[in-house]
Write a protein that binds this ligand. Sequence first.
Ligand code: ADE
Length: 226
Amino acid sequence: MEIDILTIFPEMFEGPFLHSIIKRAKEKGLITIRFHNFREYSTNKHKRVDDYPYGGGAGMVMMAEPIARCIDKLKAARSYDEVIYLSPDGELFNQQTANRLSITRNLMLLCGHYKGIDERIREHFITREISIGDYVLSGGEIAAAVLVDTVIRLIPGVLGDETSALSDSFQDNLLSPPVYTRPFDFRGYTVPEILLSGNDKEIAKWRHEQSLQRTRKRRPGLLDEE
Ligand code: ADE
């Protein structure tokens, strides 16, 4: 999978993308992530990318032209399955969307700032708008990092154990069951005996019941979702 990220703060991705699963996926050649600072596409001599909003009001708006020029250049080189704008008013991101995005070849992610981007970019260049939750971040970068992390771990071969992504919380709209490791007795708290029984069928049944119980208690709404 190839991911192009348009941002005026590419450094913000350095931390999350240099470690763990994303690092491994890059090393295995399963993903390529490129950053494009659309400030470099500004025709303004001060490389400005924002301006005052028409109609007045507080905050600045990101100008259409530098973003459009950057998108045009990228689109000339390859076609994209989705051009995604990260925004608090997009569709709410969930595991199902992550699953769908994980089988795409080319994604473009656009990170906005300030009051947002000129509406004409949203109307004519963006194919999908995604929010990672009902709260406002100071920019789209952290949301893009969340999306990339969630999607990449689903690509076959990225996780060591092929099945482990499928047994994550939210696959099947269920939360994960509790997990334990050694020692059996930790400060007097012990591990449920069933997990030591060696009976795989009974263990699977117990885990499923625990998942159901946990979901009913913590996130009952998930059980009503399709
Ligand atoms: N940009 C600012 N807030 C955001 C959010 N909640 N999700 C996605 N992008 C955002």
